[in-house]
Design a protein around this ligand. Sequence first.
Ligand SMILES: [Ca+2]
Length: 419
Amino acid sequence: MATFILNKYRNAMKLSSIIFRILLPVLFMQAACAGNSSKDDPAPPPAARKAKLQLVTDGFISPVNMAVPGDGSGRLFICQKEGKVWIVQQNKLLPTPFLNVSADMVSVNPGYDERGLLGMAFHPDFRNNHKFYVYYSAPSKKAGFNHTSRLVEFTVAADNPNLANPASKRVVMEIDEPQSNHNGGQLQFGPDGYLYIGLGDGGGGGDQHGSTGNGQDLGTLLGKILRINVDGTPYSIPADNPFVNQPGAKPEIWAYGLRNPWRFSFDKKSKMLFAGDVGQDKYEEVDIIIKGGNYGWRILEGYHDYNVPAGADKSQLIAPIHEYNHDLGISITGGYVYRGSAIPALQGLYVFGDYNGKAFFLESKGNKWERSNLELSGRPADNLQILSWGEDEQGELYMLASTSGQTGFKGAVYKLVKE
Ligand SMILES: [Ca+2]
């Protein structure tokens, strides 16, 4: 009986759904055409925003970052949080890691840990100088700190393009981290040839550091996006960085007021820098990062007041282009503006996701960005956490994830392909 009622209800729903989805738009279109002398067909409905996940490798756990060398080799370099860099070449995972920095790191919990080997980028002139950069969590030499975020340069072994030369290690930058969480770690070379580095606010909760929180403190590198020239000793400051002439401000700072920029990227076409900034308890956000911009944390979380000091001028804070609340997600994983060719329906959309496994895109409409779900077929039946996104030399996108379920705890790298 209950089944019958349910089926009847479903059939009624189907019928009303047909009326709404087919009949009403037809009536509406006829009415619209009647008032319009143009004989043109109405605009076609937007193409479906779907993609299929094609497994690239599930050969190691915790894939948290992907980088490509820009040398035409087609190789994908994938950072495993526990300290190894693996190469996928022609859809095959090479058996020997390219690099292993685990002995130089704090030991990380494979289940959940925000520390680890978090970022990698290739020098813009990698073809000629064979240099690349990694960012990982090392033990701190200072009392009172949980660990040190270390930016290191290496070169590739002279006799094997698929092996790093550990002896080439050059420490570029070290930043002490008071707590274990919020370590940023994204490395991206900008179209200007400078290295952009994402730093979290130092961790804990609510950015309880100093009198203003680290995000708002221009005297610390924490809670910032930095911009440096790696061709220096150990690096140099680009002359046009926004705070080079401001007393007490760190000259490396490009933008501030960030909580934990977990993944940012440059749009290959517009050159704009998109960042996902992880929220505290309620709101996740996407920002377009500009020179010298203050993105609000800890004064604001998303569009909302979080910890507003008396007399604060909130008009100077740059609002996100999008926020979503914790009914929908738990922790943003920033992605890329799609500029590939395999999935035309995604062209120009900012694809991103959430640690809870949901995938989304933002579409620029007039002066605002609208969020929609990105439907991904080929998902594993297991519980899936989106750890990161990657982009290859052709602009095709990848999703890096953990899966946990009946098949155990695994890492997985998927390529987004046309459904
Ligand atoms: Ca913000």
